[in-house]
Design a protein around this ligand. Structure first.
Ligand SMILES: [Zn+2]
Length: 228
């Protein structure tokens, strides 16, 4: 689960129901066909399923959806501040997404495939997810960039929920550990979302950096990338 998500839901619950004990909460992200979230109460346990489109959303937006879902659940009035914030985020998001889909249809910007000539990014993601994240990260769209630019090795784009790697690394001369390291780094961005808006900011908190050091071939990977 994303860091702080449980806290956000518990705080929202506390605001809505100051005296009721906080039930056990189970919160996860799911790849719904569209932007959709569900909340239900089962045997005293609150089960929340959020669209994975919110996975990269800033905390205030998550706080807004927590408030909205809990207010609905307990038939409380939804505060306008929250509904506005949520709606604004989704609509801007939606516009981007629709524009993106349209581009795909028109073929101007085809989204790259996860399967490159040498490396399959989906396979790499799944392997790293199992090994280092207990399989808990929802897999975003994994793509190789269309061009061979080296502007960035890779980046996580929360607006499209996509991890993009520069195609130059899909090459037999590039060792698997280097590709895996870049994917691992972007997965840490998934796990530690940047608090500010903007899709390409690359902010590495102390927590992020500590976790990056857990990658066994970090030194080799860094040395290889430096040698390019
Ligand atoms: Zn980074």
């Amino acid at each position: 689960m994303r860091d702080g998500l449980l806290d956000i839901f518990q705080e929202s619950y506390r605001e809505l129901r100051p005296r009721a004990p906080i039930p056990e909460l189970q919160i996860g992200f799911f790849a719904f066909a569209n932007i959709n979230h569900t909340i239900r109460l089962r045997e005293g346990k609150l089960i929340v399923r959020l669209s994975d489109l919110l996975e990269g959303a800033p905390d205030p937006v998550l706080r807004a959806i927590a408030h909205i879902l809990l207010a609905k659940m307990y038939r409380k009035q939804i505060e306008r501040e929250h509904s506005t914030r949520y709606r604004r985020y989704i609509s801007s998001h939606d516009v981007t997404r629709k524009a993106h889909l349209l581009r795909q249809i028109r073929g101007r910007k085809r989204i790259g495939a996860a399967q490159g000539e040498i490396y399959d990014l989906n396979q790499i993601f799944d392997k790293l997810n199992t090994r280092y994240f207990y399989g808990l990260l929802a897999r975003p769209q994994m793509t190789w960039s269309r061009d061979h630019a080296r502007r960035s090795l890779g980046h996580y784009d929360p607006a499209h929920n996509a991890i993009v790697l520069s195609r130059i690394f899909d090459h037999p001369s590039v060792p698997a550990y280097a590709v895996e390291y870049i994917v691992y780094h972007e997965m840490l961005h998934l796990k530690h979302p940047v608090r500010l808006r903007g899709s390409r900011r690359c902010v590495h908190s102390a927590e992020f950096q500590a976790e990056e050091k857990l990658f066994p071939e970090l030194a080799n990977a860094k040395a290889f990338l430096k040698s390019l």
